[in-house]
Design a protein around this ligand. Structure first.
Ligand code: SF4
Length: 732
């Protein structure tokens, strides 16, 4: 198969399914009778799924007198398998947070200095619809952008399409997983999915680089790696920090920050030169081996030691262990991958190493997923014909999804065309995008800025209109389709209680707004339930069963390569591309090449940041069940280095970055031997600047305040944010 790698290919590959439909699981009777056994005869049990992170684990809400009193994992959910993580268990803290957005609000002050006027839904939506009509007339519908995160965005994307705009971007691409998806697409013609298609439970050897596994929960993936450990899987973790997952590893390689690519290239060299690669697999499925071999010859383990500080004999040892256990090995692709600006190439190196070891489509490596299928809502009118407009991501040839990077640029410059309105759905952009001043500059150029959220996040302060969405426990959303090993999952979000205050679900808000825009024909459903029910009906899926169980499983699809199940690669050559002609044609390195990144100036540390096990960034930083456990972030500092600077464990300090920017607030020092001495580390999501978030406001320091610099990945437009350095200032 020869296929041109295009945006369409990418979308197809990311949504590819292999399954036929077979048996569906049902809720175990024992589970359904839980309430009776406990003598709680009035208690209702309503299945839905969690939105406290994107993993979307199935949960069962226990409801008494129209109040959720507890949530438990849904045993049928492939994402959670009957378990919820610490954050997921704090659902009541999200639902019953007294700080929630309660009413629509119109800003009668300035963006950044808001003066809020409580509005009715009719008033708020009239203001938005009026502006949208004017913008469409003056600049065309494509001048309106949607920036989103989360399952509920589906109805907003539909509204945007009906209005005539295809301009939509999720920060989860250009600010998070985009480089790894594109690196794998360029190599295998397919990405690694979400949840990732790691076959950890069958792995014999796993390597993770800069992973936050466990701290980011990733429920079923953690369960899989634990299963792998109990079957004897070995784990090597590469990270400047002894992360939670590194603490469970057989070997921790505390690499010098920004040198991971050097280590990967040296591993590739050893695997090739010592003949540790899967020769039959590479000969059959890959192209460009000779070019790869020649290109990586310079990257000796001794050279890599001088870059990474990892001893050359350890580098060789790990490569040999990988070779011994191939193909049942998995070098994890990572998730948050916007680090230093050459991130697509680092992800390519990970993909190439997996390819050499033959782990793609093999037990214990990466499995081929099975997806679930549900047809779209039947009988909707076609969206307005797309008007050809200048592409915003022209500068980034492999930006296969729209980047927020170029939406921001176009909003500031008006080039290559104006962007005049943003809908921001469920995404706290002040914490998500680097360079806050630039984000504010872009927002000041807008004619309309609307935020849809459940909480008064930092971003609402820059909005003209704020629309309070009800939480995930109070609403229908679109159906959630998941891809897993040999099984696809259809998951239902349904209300467990009535929406509190005047909050509304997105299906309702978009329908009302659609009506005001003269787009009623695109919203024929009576409500969210009817929308989902009709989609199920169109696909012969038992909606009553879905409502009862929360999940329907569709089986089918072989997960591994066999004589009968041969892989297809969505690359131009139809093979795994160890050498990428596509990259060469666009002027990029066809095989990843190492370049050295700047190191911290004297007296500074590289600023690293990541997840707290009990929080999902600012989404949960105000959750009263979680703030009881962790209300602020800490600054991890190497013990020896910290003592040299006269720091004491637990003392508050302030931080100033390489550009002299002093972060507002203060942060508690945590002296630890779990971190190298050239970096500091903190949890992202704290240091909230929003008075409405009473428990989170001003707690800790925001790493995002200090990100005045970022590097753009020229291949796909990702914004690398680990390029900032900080100095610790005592006496905060
Ligand atoms: Fe919710 Fe935790 Fe699952 Fe994320 S991993 S969806 S927070 S239960």
């Amino acid at each position: 198969m020869s296929q041109k790698f295009s945006r369409r290919t990418f979308l197809k590959a990311t949504g590819a399914v292999t399954a036929g439909v077979a048996a569906a699981a049902t809720m175990p009777q024992k589970f359904l009778s839980w309430a009776e056994e406990a003598g709680q005869k009035e208690m209702k049990q309503i299945p839905t799924f969690c939105e406290l992170c994107f993993w979307n684990c199935g949960l069962i809400a226990k409801v008494e007198n129209n109040k959720v009193v507890k949530v438990d994992g849904n045993p049928l959910s492939l994402r959670g398998r009957g378990r919820l993580c610490g954050r997921g268990n704090a659902a009541l803290g999200a639902l019953y947070d007294p700080d929630r957005l309660k009413f629509p609000m119109i800003n009668i002050g300035k963006r950044g200095e808001p003066v809020w006027k409580r509005a009715t839904w009719d008033e708020a939506l009239n203001v938005i619809a009026g502006k949208m009509k004017g913008i469409k007339e003056k600049y065309g519908p494509e001048s309106m952008a949607l920036i989103y995160h989360g399952t509920g965005a589906a109805f907003w994307k539909h509204l945007m399409h009906a209005y005539g705009s295809t301009l939509a971007a999720a920060p989860s691409f250009a600010q998070c997983r985009g480089p790894r998806d594109i690196g794998f697409m360029l190599t295998f013609g397919a990405d690694v999915g979400s949840p990732e298609y790691y076959d950890f439970s069958k792995s014999k050897y796993i390597v993770l680089l800069g992973s936050h596994l466990g701290e980011n929960a990733h429920n079923s993936q953690v369960q899989d790696i634990v299963k792998g450990f109990s079957s004897g899987a070995k784990l090597t973790v590469v990270d400047p920090r002894l992360s939670n997952i590194a603490s469970k590893a057989d070997r921790w390689l505390p690499i010098k920050p920004a040198t991971d690519l050097a280590l990967l290239l040296a591993w590739i060299r050893v695997v090739i030169e010592e003949g540790l690669y899967d020769k039959e697999y590479v000969a059959k499925y890959a192209t460009g081996f000779d070019e790869l071999r020649a290109a990586v010859h310079q990257y000796t383990p001794e050279w890599a030691e001088s870059e990474t500080t990892i001893a050359s004999d350890v580098i060789v040892k790990v490569a040999r262990e990988l070779g011994e256990n191939a193909p049942n090995v998995c070098i994890g692709a990572g998730r948050y991958s916007t680090w230093y600006g050459d991130d697509t190439q680092r992800s390519r190196a990970i993909a190439i190493l997996n390819a050499l070891l033959g782990s793609w489509g093999r037990e214990g490596g990466y499995f081929f997923p099975t997806g679930a299928k549900v047809p779209e809502y039947p009988g909707l009118p076609a969206y307005p014909e797309h008007v050809e407009v200048a592409k915003l991501d022209e500068a980034y040839p492999f930006a296969m999804l729209q980047t927020t990077t170029s939406i921001k640029e176009a909003t500031i410059t008006g080039q290559p065309r104006p962007v005049k309105a943003w809908f921001v759905y469920g995404s706290n952009l002040m914490k998500t995008l680097p360079d806050k001043e630039e984000t504010i500059k872009a927002i000041r150029n807008l004619d309309l800025m609307v935020t849809i959220d459940t909480m008064p996040m930092d971003i609402i302060n820059y909005s003209d209109v704020v629309l309070p969405e009800c939480t995930y426990l109070e609403r229908y959303d679109n159906i959630n389709l998941g891809k897993f090993k040999g099984e696809g999952e259809i998951a239902l979000r349904q209300p467990t209680v009535e929406p509190l205050w005047e909050s509304k679900p997105s299906w309702w808000i978009t329908k009302e707004l659609g009506n005001k825009l003269g787009l009623a024909e695109f919203f024929p459903w009576k409500d969210g339930e009817e929308y989902v029910a009709k989609r199920c009906q169109a696909g012969g899926i038992d909606f009553a069963q879905l409502k009862r169980d929360g999940v329907i499983i569709q089986k089918g699809g072989a997960p591994y390569i066999t004589a009968e199940n041969q892989p297809e690669f969505g690359t131009p050559s139809g093979k795994i591309e160890l050498y990428s002609k596509q990259l060469a044609e666009k002027g990029f390195d066809p095989v990843p090449k190492y370049t050295r990144h700047p190191t911290p100036p004297a007296g500074h540390f590289r600023l690293l940041f990541g997840r707290a096990p009990l929080h999902t960034f600012s989404r949960t930083s105000n959750n009263f069940m979680l703030t009881d456990l962790q209300k602020e972030n800490y600054l991890w500092v190497n013990t020896k280095k910290g003592k040299e600077q006269g720091l004491k464990d637990g003392e508050y300090v302030s931080l100033v970055n390489q550009d002299g920017l002093v972060a507002s607030g203060r942060i508690k020092v945590k002296l630890t031997q779990r971190l190298r001495d050239d970096a500091v580390y903190m949890n992202h999501g704290f240091g909230v600047h929003s008075k409405g978030m009473s428990r989170a406001d001003g707690q800790g320091i925001a790493d995002d305040d200090l990100l005045t610099r970022h590097a753009i990945d020229p291949i796909m437009g990702g914004t690398a944010m680990r390029v900032n350095f900080v100095k610790i200032v005592k006496g905060a």
